[in-house]
Write a protein that binds this ligand. Structure first.
Ligand SMILES: [Zn+2]
Length: 277
């Protein structure tokens, strides 16, 4: 039996990026600690807030809803609304297995749940791939969150997903795109509190907490989107990260560093009088 590095219990996971072997209890603690630290770093929870949470019936959003409602269970000034974007016209949204999972989980955690239909009639003609559809769903989610009076929108993207998105933007030279989601001028702050949780750990956590049935299609990526550029990047990055553990974390840290540099420039020394001319 392999033991946990923090106690004498049996280890259930080996985190190759940290070198740690953890038992059931210490693994859960580790996941929650990372989420708590990430939430604290946003600086958005000092005062009361309405938090909209994108609940899509997959592992990530299920884990996020459970952890966030638990962390803020004693904060009466913070309330949650779970939003599920479904495809289909207004009035007759298409409700599938993932939708049912989302509804049941919101019910179990006593979180208000609303449905935001994505009207295909309203889909612009440029929607051609899965990525476009994801972007459209994200816009719908943001609009619904604003309509609900939320100041924060949380989504359950994993480390693999966030690192993949960063890498793709770098490959495409889309530096502006790296800052889109963290735009401080925006009234609605989009946060990704699971960005330091690798997908396989997210899945393990969801299974351990019985958040979704084991046979659920709770994966963070859409299997029908295998040819999508974003998925290609994730596949390559995934195999690179398994050979060189910690690569995804390095990408995330790079972005954080770029943000810091930008903030330093924005708030630091101003150019002298007419230097710029
Ligand atoms: Zn332990």
């Amino acid at each position: 039996m392999t033991k946990c590095d923090k106690c004498h219990s049996r280890s259930i996971i080996h985190q190759r990026y940290s070198g740690m072997r953890l038992c059931h209890t210490h693994f859960q603690e580790d996941v929650r600690r990372k989420v708590r630290e990430d939430l604290r770093k946003t600086g958005l929870f000092g005062h009361g807030a309405r938090v909209a949470l994108g609940l899509d019936g997959r592992w990530g959003s299920a884990v996020l809803l459970q952890i966030m409602t638990d962390i803020f269970s004693r904060r009466k000034d913070i309330d949650f609304v779970a939003i599920t974007v479904v495809e289909g016209e207004e009035g007759t949204p298409h409700r599938d297995h993932a939708f049912d999972q989302a509804r049941l989980l919101a019910e179990r955690l006593s979180v208000r749940h609303i449905v935001a239909p994505l009207d295909f009639g309203a889909r612009p003609s440029e929607v051609s791939g899965c990525r476009d559809l994801d972007d459209l769903k994200m816009k719908r989610l943001m609009n619904e969150a604003r309509a609900e009076g939320a100041s924060i929108l949380a989504t359950g993207h994993s480390l693999d997903s966030v690192a993949g998105a960063i890498f793709l933007k770098l490959l495409q030279g889309d530096v502006d795109g790296l800052f889109q989601r963290q735009d401080r001028e925006a009234q609605l702050h989009h946060i990704e509190p699971l960005q330091r949780i690798p997908e396989r750990e997210m899945r393990l956590y969801a299974l351990q907490c019985d958040l979704l049935p084991a046979n659920s299609k709770g994966q963070d990526q859409n299997r029908s989107c295998q040819d999508d550029l974003h998925q290609q990047v994730r596949r390559h990055l995934g195999s690179f990260d398994s050979r060189h553990p910690g690569t995804n974390y390095s990408l995330l840290r790079s972005l954080e560093r770029i943000h810091l540099l930008r903030d330093d420039n924005a708030s630091g020394a101003k150019p002298l009088s007419d230097d710029r001319k």
